[in-house]
Design a protein around this ligand. Sequence first.
Ligand code: LLP
Length: 468
Amino acid sequence: TPSFERSTGGELTIDGHTVSDLVDEFGTPGYIWSEDTFRSRAREYRQAFEEAFGDHGAEVSVYYAGKSFLCAAVVRWAQEEGLNLDTASGGELGLGLAAGMPGQRIALHGNNKSETEIRRALENGVGRIVADSVPELVQIDRIARDMDTTAPVMIRITPGVHAETHDFIATAHEDQKFGLSLADGTAALAEADVDPALRSETAVSSSDSVAMLAALVAEALGGIDLRGFHCHIGSQIFEADGFALAAERLLAFIAEVTGRIEREIPELDLGGGYGIGYIPGDAPRPARDIAKDLADSVAKSCSALGLRIPHLSIEPGRALSGPAGTTLYTVGTIKDVAIDAESGRTQVRRYVAVDGGMSDNARPVLYDADYSVVLANREPLGEQVLSRVVGKHCESGDILVRYCYLPADLRSGDILAVAATGAYCWSLSSNYNYLPRPGVVATSSGQTPRTIVRGETEDDLFARDAAL
Ligand code: LLP
């Protein structure tokens, strides 16, 4: 559950800075981003996994998933904390490189990478490209050979694990766009994508899985250095069992591939997905426990399969960035609405409108996501009333917090803080209704708060209109 410190005057503080100081200097709406929280979460995950896998003699790399929140400052913090960077597009890759992350420490993902993106990744010597289809393997091989290099490649697998999470963000179901299936007979689906000469060289059979076809093709292609396999089973997951089950399936597959290609597969990447607390009742497990369970289970599978434990990578995004962010809003209109006037027993819901909304946090609208909100500029004393925090967009679904208790004496001008908005809020933000995207201010205890991403102005938005 997200928690805040308060000053003696009852004001909420972030890394020791009072909300009124932050709002006076930077205004609202705004994302406040705690460098301290991000760094300590990054350290916690890295240490937990390094120790747990280290106990079994295996090495770990932590790739921060930049899609959750990416800017130059966060890239530098990640780098300083010994993390690598997971990027999902040429833009994320470009930002990571521009901020100084060495190409070797960057992974490029994507289910539909362009020729330019692949070329750019290879030109900058990325540590790995995570390939998502058989035609993509053929394409990477062609580009790499054309550039007189070999591409380090991981192949993304769908292990068929249904992580307990919101349906829209579960990415390991079989019926979705990512990854290659482990199911027997699926090789037939992609056989036509492979040149017949190459196909006969790989000794692939139509009873194989498409994942096996991809592995054999990658191994046969001179421009590809097949490093290992990847999966990502979903997001905002609390249960460790899903990760362990996915690992078990991938390791069994790795054992099979090892037998077919007669060499060791050095790497396994289990993706991200570690859940965080948004509301009371959310109970994420400590990184140490997650890592220990996973390491024990991977070690057990490997010993049963006669494999050396591969180099393990994980790609946490939300778990590192989510708790670091807080969005500050100013309360505007407060409206009490009769919600069942016809029943005779009129119930009232208080609608509290703030100066942002679905453009700075699309997650409630997109995923029914829940958030916690508190009165931030003074102690929330006295009677609390059931309220709904909504944005200022021209859309009735523009809800930020569906149910919450806020003080009965809440008034226009008060400041509200929505917790745990560091992941997938700024990165999913929009300019709906021509609202400029808010800026991001970094805090760290004992340091002056500073802008790390400037907020947009109306001029920024108008500047792109070619007819103005
Ligand atoms: N690795 C891969 C290959 C991914 O696809 C993702 C997220 C991650 C790592 C990081 O996952 P995390 O640790 O942050 O859960 N917009 C949605 C989440 C989409 C996640 C997409 N992939 C949301 O706001 O809940």
